[in-house]
Design a protein around this ligand. Structure first.
Ligand SMILES: [Zn+2]
Length: 280
């Protein structure tokens, strides 16, 4: 390894022979973003569907998206249709039984975020995903702010009773088409935010609070076009945070980015936190 060449980089002072990959081997913007993360005390990671596609969780609106291929699924995710029509609910329960979320496993992108927590610099994960993969990867559930809810729990529309999804799925497997609330007999759905449904104010408030407090905002796998989650980025920026955006496609917040890293999340995230790399 010819370390002399590292001096050409402005961030050469960040070079660190104990890390797996030296800055010389990284694209310059990745190396600079990595240095920002390494120097941060409070990193907030905002994640969208793009971080979970490598785990086999399809996104919703892409070419292979759930709604692109099956418009009926979009109907089931609209709260008005869901509440009004037992047939929509029956179809939704069958769809939940077959969800890829039950067998999906976290990927290197999720594990890179766990590494940030292990180092003590993770202030929070704000996720638009409902798959629970951050917690499954090993992030402290208290650190994960699920702005669109989770498929791992159910909630009663009437009495708010919340319990593990597995209980309802067992009832569906046993023959119930539309399992009613065990407490009040009301309509049960997954504890996710459907279209037409209000977000949970306390959850959104927490997402905004951690974004306001961070010194690095790392947005991963989101088009940053769904609000209010996308507002975390300009909020962090306005509070003085450095903004790193990692996504395969352009996002609605690219103009806020200090570092725009366009490419494969599974390659870039580990490079940003120095995991999965062999010592040289
Ligand atoms: Zn109930």
């Amino acid at each position: 390894m010819d370390r002399g060449h590292q001096e050409r980089h402005q961030d050469g002072h960040r070079e660190n022979s104990t890390s797996g990959m030296t800055n010389r081997e990284l694209p310059e913007d990745v190396a600079a973003a990595r240095a920002a993360i390494a120097g941060a005390e409070r990193v907030v990671v905002l994640t969208g569907a793009g971080i979970s596609t490598d785990s086999g969780i399809p996104d919703f609106r892409g070419p292979n998206g759930v709604w692109t291929k099956n418009p009926a699924a979009e109907k089931a995710s609209n709260i008005e249709y869901y509440l009004a029509d037992p047939e929509v609910r029956a179809a939704a329960w069958q769809s939940r039984l077959a969800s890829p979320a039950w067998t999906a496993t976290p990927n290197v992108g999720h594990r890179a975020i766990v590494e940030l927590e292990r180092r003590g610099s993770l202030h929070g994960v704000v996720t638009q995903n409902i798959d629970g993969l951050h917690q499954l990867a090993g992030n402290d559930p208290d650190k994960v702010i699920e702005v669109h809810g989770t498929v791992w729990f159910t909630r009663c529309w009437d009495c708010d009773d919340r319990r593990p999804m597995s209980e309802a799925l067992d009832r569906v497997r046993a023959g119930e088409r539309d399992p009613a609330c065990m407490v009040c007999g009301g309509i049960v759905k997954s504890d996710t935010i459907s279209f037409g449904q209000q977000l949970v104010p306390q959850v959104i408030d927490r997402a905004m609070a951690v974004s306001d407090e961070c010194d690095v905002m790392l947005a991963v796998g989101s088009t940053l076009s769904v609000f209010p989650a996308a507002n975390c980025v300009p909020l962090a920026k306005a509070s003085g945070a450095e903004v790193i955006i990692v996504n395969a496609e352009p996002t609605a917040m690219d103009h806020h980015a200090d570092w725009l890293l366009r490419g494969d999340i599974g390659a870039i995230l580990p490079a940003l936190v120095e995991t999965g790399l062999n010592p040289d």
